[in-house]
Design a protein around this ligand. Structure first.
Ligand code: GDP
Ligand code: IMO
Ligand code: MG
Length: 427
C-alpha cells in the first residue's frame, strides 16, 4: 500500500507537473485533489509539451487511471476542450483512462463572471485571481448551494439545476455588482451538451480509491497551487480557495493519514509568485528580470509575468512542517547558472526581532514588514542541463543544494536541471 502526495511548497508553478509525470510511471491511480483550471501544469516528454489544467499530469501513461477528484472544481467546457487538445496529440482520454469524481463541484460560466466582478469591486485590494471562477465555486460549495458533477447523471435534473443556479448568480451580478444578467438558455444548452459527453467519465471517486488501496496498488496524489496559496495556511487573503497542502489530498480524495507513505514537496531553486500579495524575497531589479527571462517565468494559464525572487528557506521550513514533507524535489536549478552570487533567506527581521518561522498567521501586513535575512553563496557559470547524477554537478551547485538541505532539514531527492522528463537527477 503506498500513497505519494506531490505538493507545491511555494506559491505554485514549482514544477509539480513534471514531478508527477516522473512518479506516474509507477502509479496505478493518479488523482488531482484540489483546485480547478486555475492550475497550469507542464509536462515535457516524448517530444511533446503538455499544458494541463484539469487533467492529471499522469495522463501520458496509458496503463494507469487518472482521476479528477471530489475536492476539485471543474468547468465542464474547459475540461472538454482540454480533452480535445490531448486527443489531437494522440493522448488517450477515454473514460477508461480519465475519470471524474461525482463529488467534484462544477464551475459555471456565471461563476467566472462573479470572480471577475468580485475582483473589480476590490479595486486596489484585488487578489489577482486567474478569473476562472474558482473562489465563487468553492464559496457556493461551502454555503451548500453548489452543483456536483454527479448531477450530470440525469440530464433533465442537471439542466434544471443549471438554470436555477444561473438565475441565482444573475441576481448577485445585477444586485450586488450592477451588471447585466447573463442569458440563461444558451448556458443551459451548452452544459446539457457537455454533460452528455462527460457522463461516461463519472465515477464514485472514493470507491475507486478504496479499491486501489485495498489491492495494494500505488496511488499518486497531485496537488495544484502551493502551500502559500492554501486557504488556511497561505498568505491570506492572497490565496486560492482550496487546500493545496498535503492534508488537502486526504480531504479531497477520501482516505486517512496512515496510508500516506511519501510527501514530496516541489520547490523551485528560487521563488516566484503570480498575482498580488506579500513576497519577502521579491527582486524588483535586473536580477529578478533575468530570472524571469531565463526561467521563462510567465503563467501557463494566464500568460501573466511571474514575480521572481531569491529562494526563501523560511518558506520551505514552513512547508516542511505544514505538509510533513519526507523529501524535496528541487527544480529549475539550471536557471541559476550565470548568477555571480546567490542568496537564500534563512530568517526574517520583523519589528526588530529575528523570526525563524514564516509568520503567515499574522497576515499579509506582517509579511510585508518582514525583511529577509540572507545568507550569500557563490554562484556558478557552468551549464548544468546535462548533469544526470549529483556528482556531475559543479562543486558550487552541490554546495547550494547541500546548504538548502541543511537549513530546511529535509533531504533533496530530485534535482531538476531542465524541463524535459530526462533532465532530472534522481535519488
Ligand atoms: P506546476 O504548475 O507546478 O506544474 O509548474 P508550471 O508548469 O506552471 O511551471 C513550471 C515551468 O518550469 C514549466 O514551464 C516547466 O516545463 C518548467 N520546468 C520544470 N522543471 C524545470 C527544470 O528543472 N528546469 C527548467 N529549466 N525548467 C523546468
Ligand atoms: P499551479 O497548480 C500559481 C494564484 C492566482 C492568485 C491566487 C488566487 O499551476 O501551481 P484563484 O484563481 O485560484 O482564485 O487565484 O492564486 N494561483 C496560482 N498561482 N500557480 C497556480 O497553479 C495558481 N492557481 C492560482 O494567481 O494569486
Ligand atoms: Mg503552474
Amino acid at each position: 500500500m503506498s500513497v505519494t502526495i506531490i505538493i507545491g511548497t511555494q506559491w505554485g508553478d514549482e514544477g509539480k507537473g513534471r514531478v508527477v509525470d516522473y512518479f506516474a510511471a509507477k502509479a496505478t491511480l493518479v488523482a488531482r485533489y484540489n483546485g480547478g483550471d486555475n492550475a497550469g501544469h507542464t509536462v515535457v516528454a516524448e517530444g511533446r509539451k503538455l499544458a494541463l489544467h484539469l487533467v492529471p499530469s499522469g495522463i501520458l501513461y496509458p496503463e494507469n487511471t487518472c482521476l479528477i477528484g471530489a475536492g476539485t472544481v471543474v468547468n465542464p467546457l474547459v475540461l472538454l476542450s482540454e480533452m480535445q487538445t490531448l486527443r489531437e496529440l494522440g493522448v488517450d482520454v477515454s473514460p477508461r483512462h480519465l475519470k471524474l469524481a461525482a463529488g467534484a463541484h462544477l464551475i459555471l460560466p456565471t461563476h467566472r463572471e462573479l470572480d471577475g466582478a468580485s475582483e473589480k469591486s476590490r479595486g486596489q485590494q484585488a487578489i489577482g485571481t486567474t478569473k476562472r471562477g474558482i473562489g465563487p465555486t468553492y464559496a457556493d460549495k461551502a454555503r451548500r448551494a453548489g452543483l456536483r458533477a454527479g448531477t450530470m447523471r440525469d440530464l433533465n435534473v442537471f439542466a434544471e439545476a443549471v438554470g436555477e443556479m444561473v438565475e441565482a448568480h444573475n441576481a448577485r451580478l445585477t444586485q450586488l455588482y450592477g451588471l447585466d444578467p447573463v442569458p440563461v438558455t444558451p448556458i443551459v444548452e451548452q452544459l446539457h451538451n457537455a454533460a452528455q459527453q462527460l457522463r461516461p467519465h463519472l465515477v464514485d471517486g472514493t470507491t475507486l480509491l478504496g479499491e486501489t488501496l485495498r489491492a495494494g496498488h500505488p496511488i499518486l496524489c497531485e496537488g495544484a497551487q502551493g502551500t502559500l496559496l492554501d486557504l488556511n495556511f497561505g498568505t491570506y487573503p492572497y490565496v486560492t480557495s482550496s487546500s493545496p497542502i498535503a492534508g488537502g489530498a486526504l480531504v479531497g480524495l477520501g482516505f486517512g493519514p496512515k496510508d500516506v507513505t511519501r510527501v514530496v514537496g516541489v520547490a523551485k531553486a528560487y521563488t516566484t509568485r503570480v498575482g498580488a500579495g506579500p513576497f519577502p524575497t521579491e527582486l524588483n531589479n535586473e536580477i529578478g528580470e533575468r530570472i524571469r527571462q531565463v526561467g521563462g517565468e510567465f503563467g501557463v494559464t494566464t500568460g501573466r509575468p511571474r514575480r521572481c525572487g531569491w529562494l526563501d528557506a523560511v518558506i520551505l521550513r514552513y512547508a516542511a512542517q505544514v505538509n510533513g514533507l519526507t523529501e524535496i524535489a528541487l527544480t529549475k536549478v539550471d536557471v541559476l547558472s550565470g548568477q555571480s552570487t546567490l542568496k537564500i533567506a534563512v530568517a526574517y527581521e520583523l519589528d526588530g526581532e529575528r523570526v525563524e518561522h514564516f509568520p503567515a498567521e499574522w497576515g499579509a501586513e506582517a509579511l510585508t514588514r518582514s525583511i529577509p535575512i540572507y545568507e550569500e553563496l557563490p554562484g556558478w557559470e557552468e551549464d548544468i542541463t546535462g548533469a544526470r547524477t549529483r556528482a556531475d554537478l559543479p562543486a558550487k551547485v552541490q554546495t547550494y543544494i547541500a546548504r538548502i538541505e541543511a537549513i530546511v532539514g529535509v533531504p533533496i531527492t530530485f534535482i531538476g536541471v531542465g524541463p524535459e522528463r530526462e533532465a532530472m537527477i534522481l535519488p
